[in-house]
Every structure is written in structure tokens, then in C-alpha cells.
Ligand binder design. Structure first.
Ligand code: NAI
Length: 497
């Protein structure tokens, strides 16, 4: 039976950003929290800062005076770990270093009782490796919080090879009591969120490296698809040094699997000290204005004199196109059973991407991106064939506007921006499930709560369909002939159904 840790004394080690946040949450839910840091006075200083920030919340009526008092009363800064010998759970949030974490836990085994559960908040180190050398490795578990701890709901509960399932269950239940949404994961590089999120950054960095699209256009299109922040502004916020180091550690931990190759675009930013918001410049400059998305171009209107306008395909997106064309008075016919979605104008076509580049489809052809939010004036990436006539290239934005989009021209490339990114997120999620890192439900919860994705990868898969996703990934794989785009066995096997 799992242990009920609610209201039990807890030792939090490391009074930095994470440790202080964890102590706050535990104290808020009635646990007595001993807070220890190896740096002299660090725990008391952290408590003083916490008190100041909580006072602001009282002033704004976000918490009551009683809550303020209860939280602070429950946190006891200590100078020696031995003062917390009665703790029934230790949560470690110290520096991200395997040998330092290992020796801390070995020391702890000489202080706390044999029943005390040991949890690590590591974001990237193997829980199995940290447990190596412990007398009781079965009591060590990962309890991975997200920053800022009081606000972020997700907790990844990570089992190493030796973790007792009842220990993981006890942590899962405690996280629930603390108002969090815990998900189980096996200890593998990046756990759930830091692994599955890699393509969100990697694909945008690849598009920038290939000069397919600017950071502004990439961010605009992915925000139009429902992401709260675009990947470039998000990397700027996280810091390119931090983001690059997570990518590099996942890459190394996977024996340099090309799937996780870091980007030279990002390494350049790191080497040049362009770390993002904290250094004043990354993809964007923060010393002048906010990220500018002013990429307006003059668009010539759709040619109402065209003779033969045909809508291809069916579904809500095509219905949306019809509404817009009807409203603007365009006469059109329809091929509902066409094997592509889009519009044909006197024999020239603008099609939704299925992964093939426009240039492979013909001369006066353009492709547009996956549309996850159907609605007026949604930013959408589009690209003409490199064989297209100038006249056709100039006409395309007008037609895309007539269909209801706010078109953003990029260079021809497979899967454009949104389709490529979402397909790769789904692919990574599928691999995680294939390798029993976690369940599909856990993936969706983790990505929505840990990194605020508008939907989970399996929810996207459900609405998009396995066959189109696999087709798009196969197109990427054929085009680049690289390991990055190999299709997850989980998707491949299901694509034959
Ligand atoms: P931090 O640098 O803000 O705090 C670490 C604290 O640990 C410092 O106060 C330091 O004096 C103390 N410390 C270092 N070695 C110690 C030792 N041997 N014994 C006792 N105290 C020691 O670091 P942060 O950001 O709070 O990260 C802590 C852990 O949480 C790391 O493992 C990190 O990977 C993980 N993490 C960090 C997240 C973040 O966004 N910052 C998110 C999730 C996990």
C-alpha cells in the first residue's frame, strides 16, 4: 500500500527557484517543511524573499492573511540536514549534477529513517543513475515540478529501474493532494515534456537554417495554430543557453541519435552571447521594441474574371472556403471527392500541404499549411513552386485572402511550418508511448500542463488522422533522407489499419 504523505514532515534540499517553490506548495497544504541549502543563510534568505512575494499576493487579495501565516509558519529553515531526521519525504532540488546528487542521497541515508521516501526534482539526469550506490535504491523516485512551481500544475513522477511502484504511487497521491496533476513516466532522457517538446524548437531552427522562413513568420503561424508563444520567442524567453543545453543533453543521452541533433543556428546564438530576453537580444531585440511582426506585403486582389474556379476536397475547411468565396460573389464548382484540399483557378492550383513540396507538384502550384484554427484572417504559411510564373506567385496571396486566410509567404519546403512541427511532435510522442515512457493520456496532459500546448499530440493525431500524419513524415524523410524524420513504429504499424 502506498504511503499517505499529506501532513507529514518533509525536507526540501536546495533553496533556489525550484526548492523554494516546492516548499511553498508543501507548506500551503499543511506539511511541515524543513528547508536546507548548503550555502550559508540561503534557506533563510529564500524564506525572506518568499515572505515578500507572498505579502504582495495578500495585498492583491490573491491569498488571505491566514494563508500567508500558515505557509510561513510551516517552513523551517535549518542549518544541518540532521535537524530534519524525522522527515518522511525528502525532495532534492540542488544543482543539476549527477555525482553531487548521488553523494547527497548517500549522505541522507545515514540521516533519515529507512522508510523515508527520497525524491529528486532533476530535469534531465537518470533517476536510475542517481539511485546507484544507495542502500535502498527502491525508495528513490523522480518528482519533476515545472517552473514556477506554485502555478504549474504538472508533476512528472519518474520511476528508475529500481523504484518501488508503491513509492511512485505515494508521490503521485501527494502531488494530487497538493492540487497538481501528476503523470507517471519511466526514467528516460528528457522524461516526457523535455523530450516531446524538442521538435517544437528543432523544426523552427531547421526552417531558419534553411532560410525557409523568418522567426517572425514562424512565430506568427504557430501562434495562429493555438500556441501561446511561438518557438523563437519562447527560446528567447527560456534562454538559448538553457534550451541548447537541454537539447544537447537529450541528444547525448540518446547516443547521438540524429533525431535530436542540436542546431548550429542556436549554437551560434549561444556562442555570441545572444541568449534571448535576459541578454537583451536573441532572435529578437529586447533593448528597443517588443518582437515585431510587421511583415505586411501588398496583395493584389483575387481575379474575379477567372473562368473556372473549382474547390477540391471536403470538410470544415472547404466549407469555410465556400462561405468566404460566396460572400465575395465568386462563382465556383466543387470536386468533393478530390484527393487534395484547396482551390483550382483556371487549371492552376493552391493546395493544402500533404508533405510534398509545391515544386514537385507542378509549375503554377502553391501549397498552404495545416490549419488548426478555422476562422477569419488566420495567419497561414504558403509557398509557391520554384517553377511558378511570377504572375501566379503574385496572384496567390489574393486567392488565399479570398479563402479567408492571412497569407504569409515562405520558401517551398515539405510540410511548411505548422504541419511539419505538429507531425514531428506527434512522432516524438508516439515514440515515447512505443518505448513505454508513459501513456498517450499522460503525454497529452503533460504537454498541455507542462508547456501550455493548446492540445496534446494524441489529440492532434486524432483530428488529423494517422495516414496523413505518416504521409507527411514520410515526405519529410524522403526529402531530407535523414534519421530525424524516421516514422515512429507506433505510427507506422497503425497506418496500415
Ligand atoms: P538554483 O540554482 O536556483 O538552486 C539550487 C540551490 O541548490 C542553490 O541555492 C544552491 O546553493 C543549492 N545547492 C547546490 N548544491 C547543494 C548541495 N550539495 N546541498 C544543498 N544545497 C545545494 O536551481 P533550480 O533552478 O532551483 O534547480 C534545482 C533543480 O531543479 C535542478 O536539478 C534543476 O535541473 C531542477 N529543475 C529546474 C527547473 C527550472 O526551471 N529552474 C525546472 C525543473 C527542474
Amino acid at each position: 500500500m502506498s504511503l499517505d504523505l499529506s501532513k507529514k514532515p518533509i525536507l526540501v534540499i536546495g533553496a533556489g527557484i525550484m526548492g523554494t517553490g516546492i516548499a511553498q506548495v508543501a507548506a500551503q497544504f499543511g506539511n511541515t517543511v524543513y528547508l536546507f541549502d548548503s550555502k550559508e543563510q540561503a534557506a533563510s534568505v529564500a524564506l525572506k524573499k518568499l515572505s515578500e512575494s507572498l505579502q504582495k499576493l495578500v495585498d492583491k487579495s490573491k491569498i488571505t492573511g491566514e494563508q500567508f501565516n500558515a505557509i510561513l509558519k510551516n517552513i523551517i529553515p535549518i542549518d544541518q540536514i540532521s535537524e530534519a531526521a524525522s522527515a518522511e519525504l525528502v525532495i532534492e532540488a540542488i544543482v543539476e549534477n549527477l555525482s553531487i546528487k548521488r553523494s547527497l542521497f548517500q549522505e541522507l541515508e545515514t540521516v533519515v529513517s529507512a522508510q523515508c521516501i527520497l525524491a529528486t526534482n532533476t530535469s534531465s539526469i537518470s533517476v536510475t543513475a542517481i539511485a546507484n550506490g544507495l542502500k535502498h535504491p527502491e525508495r528513490l523516485v523522480g518528482m519533476h515540478f515545472f517552473n514556477p512551481v506554485p502555478l504549474m500544475k504538472l508533476v512528472e513522477v519518474i520511476s528508475g529501474l529500481e523504484t518501488n511502484p508503491l513509492v511512485a504511487e505515494s508521490i503521485f497521491q501527494l502531488a494530487t493532494v497538493w492540487g497538481k496533476v501528476p503523470v507517471y513516466a519511466r526514467s528516460t532522457p528528457g522524461f516526457i515534456v523535455n523530450r516531446i517538446a524538442r521538435p517544437f524548437y528543432a523544426e523552427s531552427l531547421a526552417l531558419i537554417q534553411e532560410q525557409v522562413a523568418s522567426p517572425q513568420v514562424i512565430d506568427t503561424c504557430l501562434k495562429a495554430a493555438g500556441f501561446r508563444m511561438g518557438p523563437c520567442e519562447l527560446m528567447d524567453l527560456i534562454g538559448h543557453d538553457t534550451n541548447f543545453s537541454v537539447t544537447s543533453s537529450v541528444y547525448e543521452a540518446n547516443f547521438y541519435d540524429k533525431r535530436f541533433t542540436p542546431s548550429i543556428v542556436q549554437r551560434d546564438l549561444v556562442d555570441g552571447g545572444l541568449l534571448g530576453k535576459k541578454s537583451g537580444r536573441g532572435f529578437y531585440s529586447y533593448t528597443t521594441d517588443n518582437p515585431s511582426t510587421n511583415d505586411q506585403v501588398n496583395t493584389q486582389p483575387a481575379d474575379s474574371a477567372c473562368k473556372n474556379l473549382v474547390l477540391h476536397g471536403s470538410g470544415p475547411l472547404v466549407d469555410f472556403f465556400i462561405q468566404n468565396l460566396d460572400r465575395a460573389g465568386f462563382v465556383h464548382t466543387r470536386k468533393s471527392h478530390s484527393d487534395w484540399v484547396g482551390i483550382e483557378i483556371d487549371g492552376k492550383t493552391i493546395r493544402q500541404t500533404t508533405g510534398e513540396v509545391a515544386t514537385a507538384l507542378g509549375e503554377d502550384v502553391a501549397v498552404f499549411d495545416l490549419c488548426l484554427n478555422i476562422g477569419g484572417d488566420i495567419a497561414i504559411a504558403w509557398a509557391p513552386s520554384i517553377r511558378a510564373s511570377q504572375a501566379w506567385i503574385e496572384q496567390c496571396p489574393g486567392w488565399l485572402k479570398a479563402l479567408g486566410f492571412n497569407p504569409k509567404q515562405i520558401q517551398d519546403s515539405p510540410g511548411l511550418i505548422v504541419a511539419r512541427t505538429i507531425a514531428m511532435l506527434i512522432n516524438e510522442a508516439a515514440d515515447a508511448v512505443q518505448q513505454d515512457v508513459c501513456t498517450a493520456t499522460a503525454v497529452d496532459q503533460a504537454m498541455k500542463l507542462g508547456v501550455n500546448y493548446p492540445q496534446g499530440p494524441f489529440e492532434w493525431l486524432h483530428s488529423w488522422g494517422i495516414k496523413p500524419v505518416v504521409k507527411l513524415l514520410d515526405s519529410l524523410s524522403t526529402f531530407y533522407r535523414g534519421e530525424r524524420y524516421r516514422v515512429s513504429p507506433w505510427l507506422r504499424i497503425r497506418s496500415y489499419q
